[in-house]
Design a protein around this ligand. Structure first.
Ligand code: SF4
Ligand code: SF4
Length: 129
């Protein structure tokens, strides 16, 4: 992975390999993204895996004794991958929907049904797509 200067800008070489970021990460706890492995990948220029499973809760950044903003580094790498056309389709759809409608989830009959099932009000415009 060509990190485009992210490694230097985020001080990744200062990583202590302590695992604190991963211990507090809810995504890692549920079998998702593993932040200390990610930091290692950025440090060594390897492919970053699982970055789209990061929740951006920022617990890792607060836990890091080396002061590495792990969550911001995830954002940096996401931007890098997205610019190269490597973002998951569901994220691109959400971005496109937000650009067109101002909401990340468009009105649809499916959403209207979910609202109705939850006992939430469904407006006349709901479900019109
Ligand atoms: S911001 Fe991402 S990597 Fe950091 S703790 Fe939250 S889910 Fe894990
Ligand atoms: S908490 Fe910080 S120093 Fe520890 S492994 Fe994660 S990035 Fe490295």
């Amino acid at each position: 992975m060509d990190t485009g200067g992210i490694r230097e800008a985020r001080g990744i070489s200062g990583c202590l390999v302590c695992g604190s970021c991963t211990r507090v990460c809810p995504s890692a706890r549920h079998g998702g993204f593993v932040p200390d492995e990610f930091i290692g990948a950025v440090d060594e220029g390897r492919e970053a895996v699982g970055i789209w499973d990061c929740l951006q809760c920022r617990r890792c950044s607060h836990a890091c004794p080396a002061g590495i903003d792990v969550a911001a580094t995830v954002q940096d790498v996401r931007r890098l991958y997205a610019a190269a056309g490597n973002a998951p389709a569901k994220f691109l759809r959400a971005a496109e929907t937000a650009r067109e409608t101002g909401a990340s989830v468009a009105r649809s009959p499916r959403i209207a049904k979910q609202r109705a099932d939850l006992g939430l009000p469904v407006s006349a415009r709901e479900g019109s797509g």
